[in-house]
Design a protein around this ligand. Structure first.
Ligand SMILES: [Zn+2]
Length: 414
């Protein structure tokens, strides 16, 4: 069984938007009240009622609250129960040591509410538009950009800087096929965003760099605005919109790149980030050539560093769906090791982009060399066991392919 999310941009009319804001506001209030109750009244509640203050107890409290205030009762009860469930889960994570103490939800940051799957229905209107029926709100149009699969478990309506969106969580029945595709190593590049052991290089689209520049410029303007003024508020919205678009472009690229890899390879070997943090210092000390390269390298790194965990997650589920596997290995010295003769020498890093072995003279793209080493970390043990051989292409490391990016448009990616 697979669980997948499908997110669409909504187009509520004026009345529906008022309802959306009301729903989001009331659900936020319920969440915050429940949080306060757990924080401040916990002991008192237990003393007076003899019962633990948990999800069930708070649901009972919710019923009383709904009958006391009409405007709270006007909002769907499931949405409010889902808010309580969220809080219960947040406390669960906190007590298990996985997360920090739950914080209050804020207007403008946490504007969302969730329905259960059986409460909502969708209908296709035409090639571009569909509509979803939400309890106590009615039919709301959304831009149908990709086909949905499986059965809807729940539907969340959320507001971000780019408007209202709906995201469906679906369960899909699935049996993974047997995967016989070859293995590949992948390294987070410096000049290119992602480099595979086949020599293939994947780069983030130029539009991401453009939007990054615009976002930085907008933030500089924001710093000059007087706090609390109308112009400050508008500029803040502008920054938030740019940040949201940047996140969307990055996510889109990650989906496409991960799909591009998952479709062709059975096992993908990547560096284990937790170990990487300890060994990363050597990389930063190497002198870098031009200024433009340095800036772009910094950008590439920041983009992938920020999104690396997300990228790994996407890649892992896309591989799993196809019967493949994502393997993490210790990345120590992968960037300083020669993939031709195995010599480890920091001097071999001629520059950020070029690897030139001080022992055997082997030259390659630095990230390509690292990607081959990463792949070997996994396949070395396999070769001993069943005579598994690396392909010629990987062994020589020569003949780099020209930069190749995933297809531009992939409708219904996943
Ligand atoms: Zn060498």
């Amino acid at each position: 069984m697979l669980v997948r999310g499908f997110r669409y941009k909504m187009k509520p009319d004026a009345d529906q938007e008022v309802l959306f804001r009301q729903f989001a506001g009331v659900c936020r209030l319920v969440y915050n009240l429940a949080l306060e109750q757990r924080r401040d009244w916990y002991r008192q509640y237990e003393r007076e009622t003899g019962a633990r203050l948990n999800y069930t107890a708070q649901c009972r409290e919710l019923t009383a609250l709904r009958s006391a205030y009409d405007w709270i009762g006007a909002v769907s009860q499931t949405c409010q129960q889902q808010a309580l469930r969220d809080l219960d889960r947040a406390f669960g994570h906190f007590f298990a040591g996985r997360a920090r103490y739950p914080s209050t939800r804020k207007k403008g940051v946490n504007d969302a509410f969730r329905f259960q799957g059986r409460e909502v229905a969708t209908e296709r209107l035409n090639g571009k538009w569909s509509a979803v029926r939400l309890p106590k709100i009615g039919w709301v149009k959304f831009r149908d950009t990709r086909p949905m699969r499986g059965t809807v478990k729940n539907a969340t309506v959320v507001l971000d800087a780019l408007g209202w969106h709906i995201s469906f969580t679906c369960e899909i029945a699935h049996n993974a096929p047997i995967n016989i595709c070859p293995s590949v190593g992948a390294d987070r590049g410096v000049v290119n965003t992602l480099v595979l052991s086949t020599g293939e290089r994947l780069s983030v689209p130029p539009s991401l760099e453009a939007i990054e520049r615009r976002h930085r410029a907008a933030q500089r303007v924001l710093a000059r605005r007087k706090r609390g003024s109308t112009r400050h508020r508008r500029q803040l919205q502008r920054c938030a919109r740019l940040a949201a678009r940047r996140a969307r472009i990055r996510r889109d690229w990650q989906h496409k790149a991960a799909l591009h890899i998952a479709q062709r390879f059975g096992a993908v070997v990547v560096e284990d980030l937790k170990i990487r943090n300890m060994t990363a210092s050597a990389r930063g000390t190497i002198e870098e050539p031009g200024r433009g390269v340095r800036q772009k390298a910094g950008l590439n790194r920041s983009i992938l560093n920020q999104g690396w965990f997300g990228f790994e997650t996407l890649l892992a589920y896309k591989l799993e769906e196809r019967g493949g596997i994502l393997v993490t290995v210790d990345p120590a010295y992968t960037s300083q090791t020669c993939s031709a003769c195995g010599t480890v020498d920091r001097q071999s890093r001629e520059s950020q982009a070029v690897f030139a072995c001080t022992e055997c003279g082997f030259r390659a793209h630095a990230d390509h060399n690292a990607a081959i080493n990463i792949l070997r970390r996994n396949t070395a043990s396999m070769r001993m066991e069943d005579g598994h051989q690396l392909s010629d292409e990987v062994r020589t490391g020569s003949g780099l392919l020209p930069a190749e990016n995933p297809r531009g448009s992939l409708r219904g990616r996943c």
